[in-house]
Design a protein around this ligand. Structure first.
Ligand code: PLP
Length: 436
C-alpha cells in the first residue's frame, strides 16, 4: 500500500499545485475558507470506508458501533455549537452538501408544485432557492416546485420586505426561504416570521388556512451565527439549513436543523430524516461527519468567537476603505463577512475585474448582482489577516479595477496590439503557463 505521491504521481502533483495556488493567492471568495489540519485528518481517515445507511442505532449495515458514536457526538456538538436545546431542536448531519440539504427540506415538507419564495438569484439568492429564468426552470427546485422569488429594494440594497409581504399574501407560498449567497446584511427574521408568514395565515384562515414554513439557509454565515456575531435565525425559523465549509470552517458538507415540535401539523423530525435517507441519499459520508464533529468542537471555543469577530471587523475595514476610494458598496457597508461592490458606475463589469485580479493571484468572484464583485473575509482572516491587511487589499482591488478600466479603454481601439489585448482580457490566454 503506497502513499499518494508513489501510487499516483499525477494526482499528487495536481494537489501540490493546488496547494501552492491556495498558499500564494489572496483568497477572497466569500464562500471559501481554509479548514484545519485536524478536520482534514478526519476527512482523510478510514471513516470513508464504512457504509451506514440509516441513523444511529437504526442502520442497515453491521459494524456501525463507532460510526454511531461519531454521528451522535457530531449531532450533540452541532446543537451545542448553535446554543440549541436538545429537547426543542433536532439535527441531521448527513446531507452531502448545501444544495442537497435544501432539496431534502423541500421534499420533506412540500408536495410537488407547492409554492415557495426565496431571494432571487440575481439579487443574491442561491440557485437551490428556486432560480428560474423567463425561458427556463434552471434549478431542480424550480422544476419541482413553483417558485416566486422576492427581491431587493435596489435603492437601499436591502430585501424589499414590503413587496415580499404583498407578494406572499397573493402567492400564498407554503415555504419562505431566508438566506443568501450574496447579501451583506442580516435578514429581518422577526419581520419574516411575525408579519409575513403570520399574515398569510390570518388572511387565509377562512379559506382553509395556508400558512408558510420559514426556513433559513445560513450557509454563508453559519460561523457567524455560532459565534453570535450576527442575528440568530433559530429564534424565528422552523428549519435552518447550512453548508459546513464556508464561515464555519469545516469540511464540505451540509446540516439541517429542525424544530422537534410539529409545525403546521408536520412532524419535521421524521419528515426531514426520511427525506435525507432513504428519500434522496444512501450511505452518509462518515469521513465528512468526522471532520464536521472536529469543526463543531472548534466552533465552541473562545478562539472561534474571536476569529468570527475578526471576520466581521476585517470586512468592515475593507468596506470602509472601498467607500473612501469612491466605490459604490451595496447597502452602504456590511454586517457580516462579505462586501458587494457595484461596478456599474465605473462602466466595467465584475467578470473582467475577476479575471484581471486572478492574474495577480487575487481570487474573488463576480457577483450575481449584475456588474459587481463579491469580496469575502473568512479565508484570509483564517490566515491571520487583520484590518490593516484588509485595508491594503482594498488598495489592490482598486489597482485591479484601474487596470481593467485602462485595458477596456485600450481594447476599444483596433490596432494589432489592441486586438491582442482584447483577446487577452476576454480569454484565459494570460492565465496559461505558455506566457512567460
Ligand atoms: N446555500 C447558499 C446560501 C449558498 O451560498 C450555497 C453555496 O454557495 C449553497 C446553499 C450550496 O451549497 P453547496 O455548494 O454545498 O451545494
Amino acid at each position: 500500500d503506497h502513499g499518494l505521491s508513489e501510487a499516483d504521481p499525477e494526482v499528487s502533483s495536481i494537489i501540490k499545485k493546488e496547494k501552492e495556488r491556495q498558499f500564494k493567492s489572496l483568497e477572497l471568495i466569500a464562500s471559501e475558507n481554509f479548514t484545519s489540519r485536524a478536520v482534514m485528518e478526519a476527512v482523510g481517515s478510514c471513516l470513508t470506508n464504512k457504509y451506514s445507511e440509516g441513523l444511529p442505532g437504526k442502520r442497515y449495515y453491521g459494524g456501525n458501533e463507532y460510526i454511531d458514536e461519531l454521528e451522535i457526538l457530531c449531532q450533540k456538538r452541532a446543537l451545542a455549537a448553535f446554543h440549541l436545546d436538545e429537547k426543542k431542536w433536532g439535527i441531521n448531519v448527513q446531507p452531502l452538501s448545501g444544495s442537497p440539504a435544501n432539496f431534502e427540506v423541500y421534499t420533506a415538507i412540500l408536495n410537488p408544485h407547492d409554492r415557495i419564495m426565496g431571494l432571487d438569484l440575481s439579487h443574491g439568492g442561491h440557485l437551490s432557492h428556486g432560480f428560474m429564468t423567463p425561458k427556463r426552470r434552471v434549478s431542480g427546485t424550480s422544476i419541482y416546485f413553483e417558485s416566486m422569488p422576492y427581491r431587493l429594494d435596489e435603492s437601499t440594497g436591502l430585501v424589499d420586505y414590503d413587496m415580499l409581504e404583498k407578494t406572499a399574501t397573493l402567492f400564498r407560498p407554503k415555504l419562505i426561504i431566508a438566506g443568501a449567497s450574496a447579501y451583506p446584511r442580516d435578514f429581518d427574521y422577526p419581520r419574516m416570521r411575525k408579519h409575513i408568514t403570520y399574515r398569510i395565515d390570518t388572511c387565509w384562515k377562512i379559506a382553509d388556512a395556508v400558512s408558510a414554513f420559514l426556513m433559513m439557509d445560513m450557509a454563508h454565515i453559519s460561523g457567524l451565527v455560532a459565534a453570535s456575531v450576527v442575528a440568530n435565525p433559530f429564534e424565528y425559523c422552523d428549519i435552518v439549513t447550512t453548508t459546513t465549509h464556508k464561515s464555519l470552517r469545516g469540511p464540505r458538507g451540509g446540516m439541517i436543523f429542525f424544530k422537534k415540535d410539529p409545525v403546521l401539523g408536520v412532524d419535521l423530525e421524521s419528515a426531514i430524516n426520511n427525506a435525507v435517507f432513504p428519500g434522496l441519499q444512501g450511505g452518509p459520508h462518515n469521513h465528512t461527519i468526522g471532520g464536521l464533529a472536529v469543526c463543531l468542537k472548534h466552533a465552541q471555543s473562545p478562539e472561534f468567537k474571536a476569529y468570527q469577530n475578526q471576520v466581521v471587523s476585517n470586512c468592515r475595514a475593507l468596506a470602509n476603505r472601498l467607500v473612501e476610494l469612491g466605490y459604490t458598496v451595496v447597502s452602504g457597508g456590511t454586517d457580516n463577512h462579505l462586501v458587494l461592490v457595484d461596478l456599474r458606475p465605473l462602466g466595467i463589469d465584475g467578470a473582467r475585474v475577476e479575471k484581471i485580479l486572478d492574474m495577480a493571484s487575487i481570487t474573488l468572484n463576480k457577483n450575481s448582482v449584475p456588474g459587481g464583485i463579491r469580496i469575502g473575509s473568512p479565508a484570509m482572516t483564517t490566515r491571520g489577516f487583520k484590518e490593516k491587511e484588509f485595508i491594503a487589499i482594498a488598495g489592490f482591488i482598486h489597482e485591479g479595477v484601474q487596470i481593467t478600466i485602462d485595458a477596456k479603454g485600450f481594447v476599444s481601439g483596433s490596432s494589432k496590439l489592441q486586438e491582442f489585448l482584447k483577446f487577452a482580457v476576454s480569454s484565459d490566454f494570460l492565465l496559461t503557463d505558455k506566457v512567460s
